[in-house]
Design a protein around this ligand. Sequence first.
Ligand code: SF4
Length: 545
Amino acid sequence: MSVTFVGMPKFPIAAAEALANPQLRRNLRHATQTIRAKRAAVVAEVPDWAELRTAGAAIKDRTLRHLDDYLLQLEENLTAAGATVHWARDAAEANRIVADIVKSHDVKEVVKVKSMATQEIFLNEALEAEGIEAWETDLAELIVQLGHDRPSHILVPAIHRNRSEVREIFLREMGNVGLAAPDDLTDVPRDLAGAARRHLREKFLRAKVAISGANFAIAETGTLVVVESEGNGRMCLTLPEVLISVVGIEKVLPTWQDLEVFMQILPRSSTGERMNPYTSMWTGVHAGDGPQEVHVVLLDNGRTDVLADTVGRQALRCIRCSACLNVCPVYERTGGHAYGSVYPGPIGAILTPLLNGVEAGPVEASLPYASSLCGACYEVCPVAIDIPTVLVHLRSEVVDSHRDGVPTAEAIGMKAISRIFSSPRLLRVAQRAGSLSRLVMGRHSGRISTLPPPFSAWSSARDAPLPAQESFRGWWVRTNGGHSSGEPGRPEQIRTEPGYSTIYESGPDSGASGQPMYGSASAGHAEGSDASGPGRAAPGPADQQ
Ligand code: SF4
């Protein structure tokens, strides 16, 4: 099953819509700048951050190289600890497994810990189709769910909402699905959190089944780990009788010692905290303590295909910290919805086409281009995923996918440019035409902001400067390679810095017109006779010593 939302247009169209919303841009700018600054401050405190980053990448790479072995070890230890392990090839299988377990307990509702894996398989929608309501308990996910909205950030799914919008949603929606928000609710964060706490508390106390993901799964003991900030996860993982955890197969770590590295880099990269407030770890079933029935669904859903891609497989290192989203200039302006995928931002721009394939649809084919390739995402990634390289790799796959069909406008344009660049005569004509185009384009603004089709696809997203009045080639011919001003009889001094005193003259007195004359020999500058300088064009005295 696809990890994209149904009916989403390709990225440029969705991005243009998002850019037209100034309130959205304000919300995003404020939120991303705040998290960015917090992350930068706590990362700067760690003297061996670079080493931790290298270690994180190395542990993930080693694990991925032997993934089959570690997964079997994880299954063996989970089973030995009393959990039931299920293997799901895709979203449909995972959803069926979860729905069957829930139905076997004859319940109509479950509580959920925030989990990207369950979002990826659209579990809530699948459960709803079976008559089961899934209540999100993470505050931001609750806002998204009550607002009938879609998440727009991995860590802060309601980042596109400001607090007065949240207040309106709580007042309007809470009473429809449980305990209503108080009528005098303000938009002060403490009041909003209080309303959410009261609303969720009755759901926690009532629910018999909880569903979670896991940040890490430790193979040597069969232990699952959830890292969170609000405590809702701890409630879900301890109160209900049955716990179902949907875990992507790339979440496995071989040992507890490996976890040490990730517990240092994850909180600082995600929320900009030295340590997250709640870390829950559980190993199977313990009599009289926590859920008495534990299921773990190990989810592939395209991950083994990603593993087979030697360039793209580094995306499986991702620990979903969101640091790359918070620094991305594209994400900061468009927000997460424009990516049309459960995974937004730079990691979404590679993970979505990797999981689904670039030919899966217009969203997948457009996401590798949703980047300026500035490299900020790579700089902050705590497991050193080289997102720009993977983006370029995916762009080449998109281009390759069109080779057999009707050529795109871009392909036709590139072919024409290649023909022009290989012919001096055609290049001269094209440059003249470019200079003349100034007369019709951008005369008033000084910039080109609209071009006719098929070039409109390019100009719809960016302005371009006007072509130069004169091309470099034209200037070169007119001035004899810069040796003359192009105007008869007028001398021109091109370069006069000490050590490189080169006077260019043109006109009847300069002998061979336009030839450079060096230092004292021509202009009386003894100190300028160093013939090793870059202004040199012919052997001077120094060469003969
Ligand atoms: S790609 Fe790197 S920075 Fe982005 S979410 Fe994943 S781990 Fe974090």
